[in-house]
Design a protein around this ligand. Sequence first.
Ligand SMILES: Nc1ncnc2c1ncn2[C@@H]1O[C@H](COP(=O)(O)OP(=O)(O)O)[C@@H](O)[C@H]1O
Ligand SMILES: [Mg+2]
Length: 250
Amino acid sequence: MGLEVKDVTVRFGGHVALDNVSLEARKGEVTGLIGPNGAGKTTMFNVITGLQNPTRGTVTLDSRDISKLAPYKRARRGMARTFQRLELFGSLTVRENIHVAAAQFRRRHRTAERAGPTTDTLVKRLNLGAIADVRADSLPTGQGRMVELARALACRPSVLLLDEPASGQDESETAEFSRVLRDVAAEGVAVLLVEHDMDLVMSVCDNLHVLDFGKKLAQGTCAEIQADPLVRAAYLGEAEESDKTLGATL
Ligand SMILES: Nc1ncnc2c1ncn2[C@@H]1O[C@H](COP(=O)(O)OP(=O)(O)O)[C@@H](O)[C@H]1O
Ligand SMILES: [Mg+2]
C-alpha cells in the first residue's frame, strides 16, 4: 500500500515533460526519484499532488484512484509535500508556521489532540527550539527546509513528498534531516524524495526511480542503480557541474 503512479504523460505544448512514467512509493520506505535537471521530477510531484493535470495516466493512493481530486482533497487523504523553492509563510514565526498546519489538521479530522502540543513536539523533534520565535523569512534556506518538513509532518501524512530538501543545507542539517526521514518512514509513511545530493539519496533510500528527459530510465535498489550503465551515462554530463551528483559518487 502507498502511492502508485501509472503511465503518466505530461505535455506542455509540443514539449513532453513526462513520457508514460510509472512509479510507486511504498509505506515504510524512502523511495528516491532522481535524474538530471529538467528530467521531470518536479512535474511528477505536481501531478501526484494535483497541481498539474496529466495528459494521461493515473495516481492511486492506498488502492484508490485520486487522479481527479483537487490538491486540498489529496492533502486530506494524507498527502503532504515540501517545495523545491521554499513556500513558508514568511511573516509568521517558525512555531506559527507549524501551528497553522497542526490546527488545520485538527479542524479537518476533529482530533482530540490540541495543535499546541503537536507543534511543541515537532519543534523538539526537529531541533527547532532555538529558532521557534524567529520569522520564517529571516531564516537561511537550510533551516527553512527543516521548518517545511515540520509543517508537512504536522499534517500527519501517509505519503510525504520532498523536492530537493538538502539544497541549501549544510552537512549537519542534512545528517539531521536524513535521520528524521528514516524515522518517519519507519513509522509507516511512504516517503518520496527528489534529491541531487547522492550521499543523502544513497544513505536514506530503499528504492530508486531514475528519470531522464521525461522518461523512466531505471528502477531498483541503490546498488542496482549505481551499477546501471544507462544511469551512469545519463549522469556523466552533470558530474562537472557538481561534485555531489551520481556521476561523481560512482
Ligand atoms: N509549466 C510548465 N510549462 C512548460 N514547460 C514546463 C513547465 N514546467 C516544467 N516544464 C518543463 O518540463 C521539463 C521538466 O521540468 P521539471 O519537472 O521542473 O524538471 P526537474 O524537476 O526534474 O528539474 C523541463 O524541460 C521544464 O522546462
Ligand atoms: Mg525540480
